[in-house]
Design a protein around this ligand. Structure first.
Ligand code: NAP
Length: 315
């Protein structure tokens, strides 16, 4: 993983939260960049990023950070990617690679694409790694280790530039896959966007119930509810932008999901135990495949310490 020579001499990271911070840490760990220039909207974040040390210099504007950079990575919410690209358009140098970390790809190509000057290699990307935390303190060097990073280059993209970006992500610990943006959006609608929507919905429903008090929901959360609350604690701005920008694919998957939910409802109503048992057996096997693929741990209860004491001292 450790590179003897930087892959990119000057890297600009725009957006210094969980993803931008983790890229900075991972690039430093492996010596992938000669210099990392950073920009975030607030001065507070810029100062904090410098203090933590995952960037080498902080700048007053995105354009200033991007100036002379060989690789520019935009790690801002999906809804801000178009306007940030417009801001830096004039300072991107010829031959630079421009990429992003946005969780949606087709809308991002639409929003960023028109601002990319000739001679700049625009290669959209999406690291498949995250936590429910955000901000500059949330990032860490290991976030991308053994996780996937998807690149969705448009037809005609320079091969050498894609290979160089691939090496950068590999240096950050990730495995790289290349995919068409529409296909990406459909795949992540089901594996990421819909699960978050379901989590937001179930947590919302449980907290709005009147017969079951909120204190009961929290007290008995270990029976299943708490596993949804991790997803439902994810950043509201990021997820609002994901749903607004991957509308078609999410609605398509939501349609399928609603039909399947209706058939589960029917099975429960008619006491069709075989249908329930068959589905639950198939889903258990999927969990096994995820563990076998190294994408989760097989430690029971996601590795939570069963002796963990609640703040009150009770288990
Ligand atoms: P985050 O922790 O909230 O950080 C976002 C950063 O962007 C902050 O530094 C913020 O600055 C900055 N920012 C926001 N709006 C901006 C604007 N208009 N102009 C300039 N800077 C702006 O978010 P994140 O989790 O790192 O997500 C960043 C991107 O990665 C998103 O596109 C998301 O879809 C994608 N992604 C996220 C995950 C995940 O699990 N979180 C996983 C894969 C991909 P301030 O601190 O000054 O507000």
């Amino acid at each position: 993983m450790a590179e003897s020579k930087p892959i990119f001499e000057r890297v600009a990271v725009i957006g210094l939260g969980l993803i931008g911070g983790s890229i900075g840490h991972a690039a430093k760990r492996a010596g992938l960049a000669g210099h990392i220039a950073g920009y975030a909207r607030s001065g507070e974040t810029r100062v904090r990023a410098l203090e933590i040390g995952f960037i080498d210099s902080a700048h007053e504007s995105a354009a200033e950070a991007a100036k002379d950079a060989d690789l520019v990575i935009l790690c801002v919410p999906v809804g801000a990617l178009g306007s940030v690209t417009a801001e830096i358009e004039g300072s991107l140098k010829k031959g630079a690679v421009l990429t992003d970390a946005g969780s949606v790809k087709t809308a991002v190509i639409r929003d960023m694409g028109s601002h990319v000057p000739d001679g700049v290699h625009f290669i959209p990307g999406h690291p498949i790694a995250g936590t429910e935390e955000s901000g500059p303190d949330a990032g860490f060097a290991e976030l991308f280790d053994n996780r996937w990073c998807i690149l969705t280059p448009v037809p005609g993209t320079d091969k050498a530039a894609t290979e160089k970006l691939t090496r950068f992500w590999e240096g950050c610990g990730a495995n790289v896959d290349v995919m068409d943006s529409k296909h990406h959006d459909l795949v992540f609608a089901i594996v990421s966007h819909l699960p978050h929507l379901i989590a937001y919905n179930i947590v919302g429903t449980a907290t709005d119930l009147e017969k079951v008090t909120q204190s009961e929901v929290i007290k008995y959360a270990a029976s299943g509810f708490r596993d949804f609350t991790r997803l439902a604690a994810s950043d509201p701005t990021m997820w609002r932008d994901v749903f607004l920008n991957n509308r078609e694919a999410v609605l398509e998957m939501l349609g399928r999901f609603s039909e399947d939910l209706a058939s589960l409802q029917r099975a429960i109503r008619w006491g069709d135990g075989d249908a329930l048992f068959d589905l639950f057996t198939r889903t258990r096997a999927i969990r096994r495949s995820i563990v076998d693929a190294g994408q989760d741990t097989d430690v029971p209860n996601f590795g939570r310490d069963p002796t963990h004491k609640a703040p009150s001292g009770k288990k």
